[in-house]
Every structure is written in structure tokens, then in C-alpha cells.
Design a protein around this ligand. Structure first.
Ligand SMILES: Cc1ncc(COP(=O)(O)O)c(C=O)c1O
Ligand SMILES: O=C(O)CC[SeH]
Length: 432
């Protein structure tokens, strides 16, 4: 009932006039993805563990999908572990890091205890940024609250909106076992210096005492894949999160692990029938895995074209906004000197009283976008903590709009959306 009542209040007319520009929230499945998902549901419904044709057909699809996903992120097929999505993949990394710390302490001390803390009472220490997605932020906060880990939330620079390498290195302690920094932020589109961070942390690993745990390196690449080139080995990460519904794939995901169970530890969160080499058991979701593999193939084939299109459309959007509103009326919240952005993301504020982001969007007749992360859409007019963390002033952050363009977004769409924003602002300012 709650859901119905929710729809009553917030039902958004979703007519043909609406123009979707919230692709960082989610993307529609590519038609080719839908085709392979449907085909797999129809023809490859067998249990992949079964040794007869229906099972073998499913196993074959999973094999090829794993290979395509690995190639998309520069790894080997064995490096890919399928999960239900990005949230599970991120949680698996944190669970593994805590277990890795405990095992490291036991072997270092030769003690038999498997306590949460070693003889010296130390807890595993993890380092994340202060602009991570909730599936990282709340996972870390929960470990902290339950006394299972210490956490350092490294603040992004208010000059660059990026996590600075020196700040990550300065946060390292003898008990640090995980550094997890997102590759690109979902609201600002700012790209983080993951390659530099990994290089420096691995230098620390080389100099570490044998008694200290190796610092594991993870990046949540959810928002970067399908928009910029992502190569796990070039970045130097041990783990990399893959989220299908951000690159026109299905609502499923995977975790890249560099040589799982050998070079890089993986400790399962749950136990079952042995699937995914016991790293993530459960009868495989063959159809969704097929779709994820097809989406990965399309990224590997077309990324340069996608990226060029995104950049052209986003730049046109920014030019059009400036032309219509003027530079004194618009603040671009993703423009930071020296920082690189995702090509498809434009976070902006239309300055002025009564132009709160949510109020503007709920008045727009065409634009479908967001003020920030979709999973924060119930936060009223509270400005995004991510924008405030980047040093965006409160009143400017309150008026933020996150517009993220997609593969099918056209210049005509931009013209219509900017006209919609102009009419909306005029209407709201007449009401002031
Ligand atoms: C940066 C980031 N990380 C993780 C996720 C979580 O992925 P999922 O929704 O598949 O759990 C998302 C999107 O929802 C995201 O934008
Ligand atoms: O940024 C988004 O909208 C997806 C994560 Se909730």
C-alpha cells in the first residue's frame, strides 16, 4: 500500500514528452542485451552444474560472458566473480579485507585464536574517501559501529574534488588492510587518481614488516565502466566493482579480483553449492550473466564512440546552459581545476532563491534527472553531502541538478531540456 501511496504523491507523468537524462542513476538495457537475456531464459534454463545439454548450454553462456567481462576490464576470465550487483560486490571486498586481516594476524603471531582483534587488541583499519557510494560508506560505517574495524574517511580536496594521494598515504597505519576509493564519483563525475594511489600504496606494501597485513586495493568502478577506459591492471587494483545497470546491462554485477584465491584473497560471505569456485555460491543467474556479457562486449567494441558522443553532448549542454542563463546564473559543480570528469556528467546549480534542485525538477515538464544519487532521493531539500564535501557552498549545493547523458541523448534533446529549464526558472521566479 505504501508503494501505491508513494506513487500517488510522486507519480511523475512519464509521457512521450519526457526526456531522460539520469543515466548515472541507471540505464535501459541495450536491445542486444535484452535479446540475449530473453534467448537465455528460453533456451539455456538448465542448471549450469548439470552435465547434460540444457546445463552445458547454460555453462557455455556463462563461460563466454565471463570472458567478455574480463576483456572489458583488462583481466582474465578467472578474475571475474559474478554477484547480484555492485552492492554485493562492494560488501564482498570489505568482508574479505576483515578476514584477510584476521588471517594475517594469526599467521604473524602464530596464535590459534580467530578473534576479531589480535593479541595486541588492534582492529583491521580500512581507508575510504568521504564521497563513496552508500554501499561502501555504510558498509564501512557498520564495521566501525560494530567494533569490527577502524575506518578513515579521507576527505576529498576542496580545490580538486579529488582524493589526493598524499592524504591516502598519510592515513595508512600498521593495521591498514584495505584502501577502497571509487574510480569516478556518481554525482560530480570527478575521476579519482586510482593508478597513483595504487602505485604509492604498493610501495608501502613492499616496505611493510612481515607482521603487518598487505594493504588490499579496491576501486568501485560502477560509474566509470562504459564511459571511460577501465583497465584493472593499469590501475593496479586487487579488486574492481562492475555494475551492469550503469552500462546498458541488466541489474546484476561482478567483482574483478586479480587471480582470486591465489594472488588476492577472497573470503565468501555465504556458503552453498560450490558455484563461482565457492567465492560466491548459488545457482548462477544465467540469463542476467548472458546480458552482462553482451553489455561488456558492446563496451569493448564501442567505448571510443560512446565516450566521444558523451563528451560532445555534455559540452553542448554546458554551452547551451551558459547561452540561455548567462555565466552569473549558472554554477558548474563538476568543474575543478586539474581534475578529470566523466564525459557524460554535468552537475550544475541555477543560482537564485526558490530554485532548489528538487523544486526545479518537479516543475520541469520534460527533464527527468536528479539532484544527486538516486538512493538519496528521499532527502528533501537537504543538499548533497558529496557536493558539500567538495566545497560547494550550501546555497549552491541546494540548487544542484545532476544531468547525466546517455548513448541516445541528442542535441535536440539538449535544446528541449534547456528550454524546459528556462521556462521552469521563469515560472518559479515569478512565484517568488
Ligand atoms: C558508484 C556506485 N557504486 C555502487 C553502486 C551499487 O550498485 P547496485 O545498484 O548494482 O547495487 C552504484 C549504483 O547503484 C553506484 O553508482
Ligand atoms: O548515483 C546514482 O543515482 C546511483 C547510485 Se544510488
Amino acid at each position: 500500500h505504501h508503494w501505491d501511496s508513494h506513487l500517488d504523491h510522486h507519480a511523475v507523468a512519464d509521457g512521450p514528452d519526457r526526456i531522460y537524462m539520469d543515466y548515472n542513476a541507471t540505464t535501459p538495457a541495450d536491445p542486444e542485451v535484452i535479446r540475449v537475456v530473453t534467448d537465455a531464459l528460453m533456451d539455456a534454463w538448465g542448471n549450469p552444474s548439470s552435465n547434460y545439454l540444457p546445463g552445458l548450454k547454460a555453462r557455455d553462456i556463462i563461460y563466454h560472458s565471463r570472458d567478455a567481462i574480463a576483456r572489458m576490464v583488462g583481466g582474465k576470465a578467472a578474475d571475474i566473480i559474478f554477484t547480484s550487483g555492485g552492492t554485493e560486490a562492494n560488501n564482498l571486498v570489505f568482508h574479505t579485507a576483515v578476514e584477510h586481516f584476521k588471517k594475517s594476524m594469526i599467521s604473524a603471531e602464530g596464535s590459534t585464536s580467530s578473534k576479531q582483534t589480535n593479541g595486541r587488541g588492534s582492529l583491521p583499519h580500512v581507508i575510504i574517501s568521504n564521497v563513496e557510494h552508500d554501499s561502501i560508506k555504510l558498509t564501512a560505517e557498520n564495521l566501525l559501529k560494530e567494533g569490527k574495524a577502524d575506518v578513515t574517511f579521507v576527505p576529498v580536496s576542496k580545490v580538486t574534488a579529488r582524493v589526493e594521494v598524499e592524504d591516502v598515504i598519510a592515513a595508512i597505519r600498521p593495521t591498514t588492510c584495505l584502501v577502497s576509493i571509487m574510480l569516478a564519483n556518481n554525482e560530480t563525475g570527478i575521476i579519482m587518481p586510482i593508478k597513483d594511489i595504487c602505485q604509492r600504496v604498493n610501495e608501502v606494501n613492499k616496505q611493510r614488516a612481515a607482521s603487518a597485513p598487505r594493504i588490499l586495493l579496491h576501486t568501485d568502478a560502477a560509474q566509470a565502466i562504459g564511459k571511460i577506459r577501465v583497465d584493472a591492471h593499469e590501475l593496479g587494483v586487487d579488486y574492481l566493482t562492475i555494475v551492469g545497470h550503469k552500462f546498458y546491462g541488466p541489474r546484476t554485477g561482478a567483482l574483478f579480483v586479480n587471480d582470486p584465491g591465489k594472488s588476492t584473497p577472497v573470503y565468501p560471505m555465504f556458503f552453498g553449492g560450490g558455484q563461482e569456485r565457492n567465492f560466491r555460491p548459488g545457482t548462477e543467474n544465467t540469463a542476467m550473466i548472458a546480458g552482462l556479457g553482451k553489455a561488456a562486449e558492446l563496451v569493448s567494441l564501442n567505448l571510443a564512440e560512446y565516450e566521444t558522443h558523451f563528451l560532445e553532448i555534455r559540452c553542448y549542454l554546458e554551452q547551451k546552459l551558459l547561452a540561455v542563463f548567462g555565466k552569473d546564473k549558472i554554477h558548474f559543480n563538476s568543474h575543478f581545476p586539474g581534475s578529470n570528469n566523466l564525459p557524460n556528467t554535468c552537475n550544475l546549480s541555477i543560482l537564485g532563491r526558490g530554485l532548489q534542485g528538487r523544486r526545479v525538477l518537479s516543475t520541469c515538464r520534460r527533464l527527468l534527472a536528479s539532484v544527486g544519487a538516486a538512493c538519496h532521493s528521499d532527502r528533501g531539500d537537504q543538499p548533497s553531502h558529496i557536493l558539500l564535501s567538495c566545497g560547494i557552498p550550501f546555497d549552491v549545493a541546494t540548487n544542484a541538478l545532476r544531468i547525466s547523458v546517455g548513448r541516445s541523448t541528442s542535441r535536440e534533446d539538449v535544446d528541449l531540456v534547456v528550454e524546459d529549464l528556462r521556462d521552469t526558472v521563469e515560472q518559479l521566479e515569478r512565484m517568488n
